[in-house]
Design a protein around this ligand. Structure first.
Ligand SMILES: C[S@@+](CC[C@H](N)C(=O)[O-])C[C@H]1O[C@@H](n2cnc3c(N)ncnc32)[C@H](O)[C@@H]1O
Length: 211
């Protein structure tokens, strides 16, 4: 195994668990994830950091998808510890292996930055969401301030190579809207502490447009 492969397989999952598990990020998750209800699908469920925030009284089933074997180990261990009978699969959000309209809630946190094709992923999330279902999102992305955006553009080429394809400049709420959702943002702001180029956060809920 080369250094790059070792880094992606072993170092990145640990860094993801560490960074995504920080108290500030967990505070942000708490504003979104507990709203999940019914049959829930979590894209990019690796790490399992949301699992403790689902309300067992409201969630009737949990399914998840993530390409990272190492992060799935964490997610499965977390599910066992929390007592979830979860259907956690390895795969990519560009081809979600679940039927149309099979979930009441779709959850996506800090994952759209890392997928290969965000538009295709969002179309898949829309497909598996039931009519009347809710999409819960919390993501970091493209900063609104030109000066910060310039730093994001400078850093992104290196960052995505060392951080598991994590992009800094992707729009969040706008992309969700373009994918056929009506969004209800909870907030969009820089997370403190931390550098602004890595800290522009957008989180909220969305439903399918036209419903
Ligand atoms: C920064 S981590 C966030 C993990 C988790 N969603 C959270 O909130 O802690 C990004 C996640 O996206 C996953 N990922 C990368 N490419 C993906 C893809 N094409 N489809 C689904 N998940 C993907 C990674 O394996 C990783 O688990």
């Amino acid at each position: 195994m080369g250094l790059g492969e070792w880094w992606d397989e072993h170092a990145v999952p640990r860094l993801v668990r560490l960074g995504c598990g920080s108290e500030h990020i967990m505070d942000l998750r708490r504003q979104v994830v507990p709203q999940a209800r019914g049959r829930v699908f979590e894209l990019g469920c690796g790490g399992g950091l949301n699992q403790g925030l689902y309300d067992p009284a409201l969630v009737s089933g949990l399914a998840g998808l993530d390409p990272s074997g190492k992060l799935l180990d964490y997610a499965r261990a977390e599910a066992a510890a929390k007592g979830w009978q979860a259907d956690i699969r390895q795969g990519f959000g560009e081809e979600v292996p679940f039927a149309d309209a099979s979930f009441d809630t779709v959850v996506c946190t800090f994952t759209l930055c890392s997928v290969n094709d965000p538009a295709r992923v969002l179309s898949e999330l829309r497909r598996v969401l039931k009519p009347g279902g809710v999409f819960l999102y919390a993501e970091h992305g493209r900063a609104p301030d030109p000066e910060v955006l310039r730093w994001q553009e400078r850093i992104e080429p290196v960052w995505k190579r060392i951080m598991g394809n994590c992009h800094l400049t992707r729009p969040v709420t706008a992309a969700i809207g373009e994918a056929g959702f009506v969004t209800s943002p909870i907030a969009r702001q820089y997370m403190r502490p931390g550098p602004r180029w890595a800290g522009w956060m957008e989180w909220g809920t969305a439903v399918k447009a036209g419903e």
